[in-house]
Design a protein around this ligand. Structure first.
Ligand code: CAA
Length: 380
């Protein structure tokens, strides 16, 4: 067993750290307050290769492994999770799903602009009445021969307003239940596609989360992903990798909050010494460091299994549930370490605490991760 990162991994981690500290940190509080989409940062993520990290260079991607992706996600999420959720969805839900299951024509057409960040993609699974129970799709796609007619509404869609392309999950045959679900590539500009207002959220406020509506949208059959009826499995397989991205985001939020708490505790004095010298604070820092290290190992293990073509469904769910709970706990404690300063925006930790919450909800709630884990470990 070897825990050592390669030179290339370290280079990527450092490049992501530089980008986050120099280009995401300035303005992050204002973007959060005003719900301002990080246009410039997303453009730069494309230029730096962070939006198509694992995509084959022949499609304009960076051709890196999932470990590199985890490292970059952690660094960017330490600073700005509105940026890192856009990065995660584009990389692991949209690009990976297309590259793994798309036809050559689909990959040639859609992957290069997505991987280079000329446009971002969105993943449209959740609906007003189908969140955790993803088989209950109300969005329908009726087979008309050479095309489908798509109708329905998708909720809480990351990049719902800015995306150039949507991967849409829809029911094509109700009788067949989850085996009658398909996935489609839908372009933003097609007639009948529209978006609701940007959601006003607790955290990741700068990312654009919208409802997306489809009204009698004509989708060519060539834009269906995989065989007829593959859509539910497509969503499940894609989300397994997506959960590594969100686990790494949670890891980054936790380690960002920990670094701030550590630095503050060495500067702030109370009762004649830095608060880090008080055991009440020192023990909090010790727990944070230990739990973050455990979360990091789970994220890297899931990434390693994916990179070595082993089953990573269980590992990605374990990484996500653990890291997101560490993120919530660590950020709450980081606010506590900062005392009154932690409660104001200038010190960043209150934002990290708000951002942490969504990692327990999207791409499968903590409860859903426990469903996946318990079903796996209880299987005969
Ligand atoms: N890989 C491949 N196939 C899988 C699979 C996986 N990981 N998990 C399930 N399947 C298959 C099963 O084998 C089964 O197929 P067969 O009947 O052919 O054998 C089929 O899918 C149905 O499986 P289940 O009976 O286990 O399905 P279920 O209804 O009990 O639900 C679930 C399983 C795990 C709870 C699933 O519904 C789930 O993951 N729900 C959460 C949905 C979710 O994560 N939503 C996130 C929204 S996307 C988002 O947040 C993006 C964003 O913008 C940030």
């Amino acid at each position: 067993m070897n825990f050592k990162l390669t030179e290339e991994h370290l280079m990527i981690r450092d490049a992501a750290r530089d980008f986050a500290q120099n280009e995401c940190k300035p303005g992050v509080i204002e973007r959060d307050t005003n719900k301002t989409y990080p246009t410039e940062q997303v453009k730069r993520m494309g230029e730096l290769g962070f939006l198509g990290m694992m995509v084959d260079p022949k499609y304009g991607g960076s051709g890196l492994d999932t470990i590199s992706y985890v490292l970059a996600m952690e660094e960017i999420s330490k600073v700005d999770s509105s940026c890192s959720v856009i990065m995660s969805v584009n990389n692991s839900l949209v690009c990976w799903g297309l590259e793994t299951f798309g036809t050559d024509e689909q990959k040639d057409k859609y992957l290069p602009p997505l991987a280079k960040g000329e446009m971002v993609g969105a993943f449209c699974l959740s609906e007003p009445e189908a969140g955790s129970d993803a088989t209950q799709q109300r969005t329908t796609a009726i087979d008309m021969g050479d095309h489908y007619i798509l109708n329905g509404t998708k909720n809480w869609i990351t990049s719902g307003g800015t995306a150039g392309v949507y991967l849409v999950i829809a029911q094509t045959d109700v009788e067949k239940k989850h085996r009658g679900i398909n996935a489609f590539i839908v372009e933003k500009g097609w007639e009948g596609v529209s978006q609701g207002a940007k959601e006003d959220k607790l955290g990741i406020r700068a990312s654009d989360t919208h409802s997306v509506m489809f009204q009698d949208v004509k989708v060519p059959k060539a834009n269906r992903i995989g065989e007829d009826g593959f859509g539910f499995k497509f969503a499940m397989k894609t989300l397994s990798g997506g959960r590594i991205g969100i686990a790494s985001q949670a890891l980054g939020i936790a380690s960002g909050a920990y670094e701030l708490a550590l630095a503050y505790s060495k500067e702030r004095k109370a009762f004649g010494k830095p608060i880090s010298h008080h055991q009440a604070i020192a023990f909090k820092l010790a727990d944070m460091a230990t739990e973050i290290e455990a979360a990091r190992l789970l994220c890297l293990k899931a990434a390693y299994l994916k990179d070595t073509h082993q089953n990573y469904d269980l590992a990605s769910s374990m990484a996500k549930v653990f890291s997101s709970e560490v993120a919530m706990k660590t950020t709450t404690e980081a606010v506590q370490v900062h005392g009154g300063y932690g409660f104001v925006k200038e010190y960043h930790v209150e934002r990290l605490m708000r951002d942490a919450k969504i990692t327990q909800i999207y791409e499968g709630t903590s409860e859903i991760q426990r469903v996946v884990i318990s079903r796996t470990i209880l299987k005969d």
